[in-house]
Design a protein. Structure first.
Length: 254
């Protein structure tokens, strides 16, 4: 066999195995992580991760033709895992300025009306002009949620500023009973949760906007070292799913 032929075969094998390796990497199983955030993500009666955003995630992964697994973790663990590990996708996350440099972003997965701090409508003594003003009051949060970690990062202390509840509904019950002063809630979910308690929305009032309409998109996020090929694949699937009317899911089912 001539030297030229040997070189050609060697080059062919190099290109072939490089392509196989690239294909293998691009089809690696995506690890998907999320938090307990009903009705968007939660564990259903069958022990599976479910919810409005989860249904969309499954549609997107199917459209992208990617294998995946979904885990429900605390917000802190989910955030850290997606930030530090390749091929790990986090949902649902608001794209805030202090987070932008941590991830590659895929938006929007869902749209919300923003997040606000609420007090009893009868409380005329509650005045909050900035986030530090909220430290004058007790605020109900759940320990596994992003609001808990966000408020902790703003200097809120569990012993003096935060009251830990088992669920968002429990926190609203505490607020209605006068056991806490404030709750942090998504604007489009507060009415639904009050309805479950046979209450109308006028029993509470917003006293401070934590996340405005400007940042209302709930997104997916992946680590900075996840390949562009994977990001582009999921992004194309997201675009196709978002253009479909099938993503319109009734919140009342959750």
């Amino acid at each position: 066999m001539s030297i030229v032929m040997q070189i050609k075969i060697a080059l062919f094998l190099l290109i072939y195995f490089t392509a196989i390796n690239a294909w293998s990497n691009s089809t690696k199983e995506i690890r998907i992580v999320t938090e307990h955030w009903p009705p968007y993500s939660y564990i259903n009666e069958n022990g599976e991760v479910d919810g409005m955003a989860t249904i969309l995630i499954k549609k997107i992964m199917k459209e992208a033709g990617l294998d995946y697994s979904i885990e429900l973790l605390s917000w802190k663990r989910a955030y850290k895992s997606a930030k530090e590990n390749k091929d790990t996708l986090l949902y649902t996350i608001y794209k805030l300025e202090n987070r932008e440099s941590d991830f590659q972003w895929l938006c929007p997965l869902i749209n919300t009306k923003g997040v606000k701090i609420y007090a009893l409508a009868s409380r005329n003594d509650v005045a909050i002009n900035n986030i530090d003003d909220a430290k004058k009051y007790s605020t109900g949060v759940i320990s596994t949620g992003w609001t808990h970690d966000y408020l902790k990062s703003e200097g809120f202390e569990t012993t003096s500023h935060l009251d830990i509840g088992s669920s968002e509904l429990t926190n609203i019950k505490k607020l209605l009973a006068g056991r806490i002063d404030l709750v942090v809630q998504e604007e489009d979910l507060i009415e639904l949760r009050l309805k479950k308690l046979n209450k109308t929305s006028n029993v509470l009032k917003p006293v401070f906007t934590l996340i405005s309409n400007q940042h209302k998109e709930g997104c997916m996020a992946m680590s900075l070292d996840t390949s562009k090929a994977t990001i582009n694949r999921i992004s194309a699937a997201l675009l196709k799913v978002n253009s479909s009317a099938n993503q319109l899911i009734n919140k009342e089912n959750y």
